[in-house]
Design a protein around this ligand. Sequence first.
Ligand code: RM4
Ligand code: MN
Ligand code: MN
Length: 404
Amino acid sequence: MMTEDEIKLWVKVQDSKGVDIESVKTRLKAMVIETPTWGYGDSGTRFKVFKQQGAAQNPYEKLEDAAEVHRLTGVCPKVAVHIPWDKVDDYGALRRYALDLGLRIGAVNPNLFQDEDYALGSLCHPRPEVRQKARSHMLECVEIMKKVGSSILSLWLADGTNYPGQDDFRKRRHYLMDALTEVYQVLAPEARLLIEYKMFEPAFYHTDLADWGMAISYAEKLGNKAQVLVDLGHHAQGTNVAHIVATLLDEGKLGGFHFNNRKYADDDLMVGAIAPYELFLIALELVSGEQDPATSECAGRVSYMIDQSHNIEPKISAMIRSVMNIQTAFAKALLVPQGELRQAQAAGDVITAESLVKGAFETDVRPLLALVRKEMGLHTDPLKAYAEGTYIKTILAREFRGQG
Ligand code: RM4
Ligand code: MN
Ligand code: MN
């Protein structure tokens, strides 16, 4: 817990360095981070799902958990849904349930990987009837968007092949382009299609949408409503994701993020848990993109979404922790003295440039975030507030479905 004195001292030190604390606080308060329904339910690896007492069992309970995360953090008013995981008979009722909880439905995620027919792919399947089925599911999701009041269709395509020669790369590209064109045409004018890439898994030889270059080439051909979604767990080891973010921003094609963290593959661990410096450098690209008139429009529309499946973590605490880690990364990025950095860059002063960036990363921003939360009428430590609150008891009273 931060004391009043610690907060005051922090503000004084930053003031003396010329940091505009008011605008930093304003930016942090305006942050919107969307959490995913699937992060509140039970999930596991291909080896085992360890079911947790209290984990949400249906879309309504998932929204209730998301509302608790928003109540404690103040920055998570939106929730992404996954269809059919969140399939309900009445989507209008789901929307109203969310609104009553102070939430809005965010991205609608079609599921093109769990149907029996999709063993060889969905939109890129060699057989026309399976491609048609997948297209129909995408169109169904566009209808659901209208009913739940969503403006984002978020496409992650699991399609790919496992063996050389299994299928024709170029033919599959054309199938995908045709399908996306059909879906794009029925999207509302203010809606966006976010195209998420991933280099591997579940297919192991090739993935039809393997990287940002492939994603942007479809997005370019489709038009303004199509943009690229960057999931932090979907790259090769060592990839410079901040550079990809800068490039997509520069092209006006950065649509959103799936924040999470990984050590090895698509681990879906808590944001910032493994590589906080990488997260900070990504935040720095976003912050400087917002401040540059050439990229500010695109940067201002980027959707910040969390995409995590919590296997061993208590779900709600893990979500709160992730949100806090995103706020930490952004708070630090906002402290980078952009003017001084530009000067050092222009002078070719490598040491100063690196130390300005690293210096901001090394700054303890806990007093700043405590102040921001205080001014938002929140507890200064959301995790502590959750642990000491009554909601945890409410969920523990949920019926336990036992080990499956
Ligand atoms: C994928 C990808 C998608 C998510 C699914 C569950 O790896 O990250 O965004 O919807 O997992
Ligand atoms: Mn994702
Ligand atoms: Mn993923």
